[in-house]
Ligand binder design. Sequence first.
Ligand SMILES: NC(=O)c1ccc[n+]([C@@H]2O[C@H](COP(=O)([O-])OP(=O)(O)OC[C@H]3O[C@@H](n4cnc5c(N)ncnc54)[C@H](OP(=O)(O)O)[C@@H]3O)[C@@H](O)[C@H]2O)c1
Length: 384
Amino acid sequence: MKKIAILGSTGSIGTNALRIVREKPEEYRVIGLSAYRNVQLLARQIKLFKPKLISVKDVQGIKQLKVLVNLKGIKVFVQADGLGEIATHKEVERLVVATAGTISLVPVLEAIKAGKIIALANKEPLVMAGEIVMDAVRRKKGMIIPVDSEHSAIFQCLRKEDIRSLKRIYLTGTGGPFRNATRKYIRQAGPETALCHPKWKMGKKITIDSATLMNKGLELIEARWLFSVPEEKIEVLIHPEAVIHSMVEFNDRSVIAQMGIADMRLPIQYALDYPERKTNNLNELDFVKLKKLHFFKPDVKRFPCLAIAQKVARAGGSCGCVMNAANEIAVEAFLAKKIGFMDIPRVINSVLDKHIYAPHPNLEEILALDEWARKEAWALCYRL
Ligand SMILES: NC(=O)c1ccc[n+]([C@@H]2O[C@H](COP(=O)([O-])OP(=O)(O)OC[C@H]3O[C@@H](n4cnc5c(N)ncnc54)[C@H](OP(=O)(O)O)[C@@H]3O)[C@@H](O)[C@H]2O)c1
């Protein structure tokens, strides 16, 4: 029985991970769960999975939880402390990191130091501090198994391959809800249209990132660190059918692709079971029904966020952290209808331009930069 914990158990990835666990109760034991605001759902999860540790946003959340479920025998924590406690608990073997945003950076580093295998969905730790995170993995001889479908695909394609023979990574993406939209339409788009993703059902932040193509940009930076590959070797390819989750080309021009239905349970289960591949009841890929697959180059003029991320991936250093923070605030402001869709790249560019570049920031500097960039981005959003 594999002992697991899930940070962000009430989100889209977290609930999908628990669906897998629920179908195979004999294979996984849930040690810890963390939620933020959704105590109703956490209460149901506690009843079903009986974790030993839980974490919520604040003391108010604990009070609400106590009304809904008996917490006797369960260790209860709040916020960042709670994530750290769960991430490093002695019984946890595999940690699913499915929180949204940047909150998991420190708990991820603590988990690596504590020797946990990490199933990483949350891309922000690598975008903000890829150098620090991967350095910790190397020093501890640890392991990060990606959950993001594209990175899971690349991870699977590179399995048992010599990374030195890698020519290029094709990072695929559907192109989001505005793939075929005109610039005018995109400029006027509000949260309602931007939140209608054609293929994937995900949390709000990542769905807006998919509409701006910043998600592909974040993934590019994530891949750059995870697989230790320079940005020039990672090519973004729009593939609307979302059947090929990414591909890898080798020096001999051989290309290996990973395919599957568009269901996050597939990469989540892979990360839970790796190196084994176990059965499940997901639908099979029907090639006859598929008939055609399409591929396009992304249009960075309509989607400037991708161009920003490509530049940031090349620059490295403090840029990833600043871009990520500014983007997070801009997306929040867009969702609150305070700024327009095309203001998102404007805010990110302005904050990036204003920041003082550091080539190898340490953790303290990263956290300070994150805070600074958020303040700058908010100020800009108000002005806009
Ligand atoms: N969804 C996908 O298909 C997908 C695919 C690839 C990668 N990812 C990545 O996986 C991560 C999670 O995505 P998601 O779509 O599952 O997000 P989501 O549905 O918004 O869920 C986020 C989870 O994090 C918790 N959370 C939010 N803010 C928090 C904070 N400040 N402190 C502690 N916990 C907090 C939420 O708790 P409450 O709900 O209780 O407030 C929830 O459990 C993101 O980084 C995303 O980029 C997602």
